[in-house]
Design a binder for this molecule. Structure first.
Ligand code: NAD
Length: 267
């Protein structure tokens, strides 16, 4: 399986390079970066302390889509539409880890998934996907006396909030309660916003240091509280999950899937 990595010099991109090079059955086909990036022209592997692989970091992402079976993209939401268009044009499978998409960008992903296979997950870790399933199950089981709050913490460089994973957890909780998240979400409480509304799902985001990712889902009842939590120790787990998804997608028909499908945990 020929794999291309866009944003290969980024925090996740570097992890993905290591993972693809270490995975049997995967051939690293190339890696790209944004025009003007300092890493352009450097060997993709040597740049991160591995033996040179003979491939330089380039900025021609369209040809990366042409020569790869699967492209893995953990970059910026603002460039997803271009990437989905190239994936659809060349029938390249796309593993999309980028978060923070708006409605128009989501529509471009849905449209491209009619022409190729896309796995989009706000979190590629196995543990988080188990957390998503448990969140939905608990939300379905407990009654509305239980207030649902989602707390996340990430490193100081993160640009979107709440995290894509926190939103996904909110969607799972809302689905368990047979509601739609936009109707019940409270995206953050500023000073003096009044009492909590019944049925709302609240979010709180913390930022600091180099925290890879922490998520907690709280079900607070009148006389008891249930908490589910997940801590990511290293970005390696996201890269491992993305490569598992790439291998799965390579043999999967056209469509839009998530990590729950890859792990066979769908209903
Ligand atoms: P980062 O800023 O370290 O890396 C992004 C890389 O994309 C940078 O190297 C940047 O130069 C590159 N880039 C920007 N424009 C480009 C272009 N036009 N062509 C090619 N490359 C381009 O960020 P990061 O921490 O690696 O996170 C990237 C994304 O992945 C974020 O949206 C983050 O939320 C998401 N993420 C998702 C998961 C998951 O499991 N789904 C896990 C971690 C991070």
């Amino acid at each position: 399986m020929k794999v291309g990595i866009v944003g290969c010099a980024g925090r996740m991109g570097q992890m993905l390079v290591r993972e693809v090079l270490a995975t049997s059955g995967c051939e690293l086909r190339g890696g790209t970066e944004s025009p003007g990036h300092l890493a352009l022209g450097q060997d993709i592997a040597a740049r991160i302390g591995l033996s040179p692989c003979g491939l330089d970091i380039r900025d021609d992402t369209p040809s990366l889509f042409q020569i790869s079976d699967v492209v893995i993209d953990f970059t910026l939401a603002t460039i997803t539409e271009t990437h989905t268009a190239w994936a659809a044009q060349h029938g390249t499978k796309l593993i999309l880890g980028t978060t923070g998409h708006d409605e128009q960008q989501i529509s471009s992903i849905t449209a491209a998934a009619k022409k190729t296979t896309i796995v989009k997950a706000m979190n590629f870790s196995v543990g988080i996907n188990i957390l998503l399933k448990l969140t939905k199950d608990i939300a379905r089981t407990v009654d509305e006396e239980f207030d649902i709050e989602i707390v996340e913490m990430h490193h100081r460089h993160k640009i979107d909030s709440p995290s894509g994973t926190a939103i996904g957890l909110g969607e799972a909780a809302a689905a368990g309660r047979k509601t739609a998240l936009p109707d019940v979400a409270n995206w953050g409480r500023d000073r003096g916003t009044g009492k909590r509304s019944p049925g709302e799902i609240g979010f709180a985001s913390l930022r600091g240091g180099e925290v890879v990712g922490e998520h907690k889902v709280i079900f607070a009842g009148n006389s008891e509280r249930i908490e589910l939590s997940h801590t990511a120790y290293s970005r390696e787990l996201f890269a491992k999950g993305a490569v598992i998804a790439a291998k799965w997608a390579n043999h999967k028909d056209t469509g839009l899937y998530d990590m729950i499908d890859v792990l066979g945990m769908g209903e």
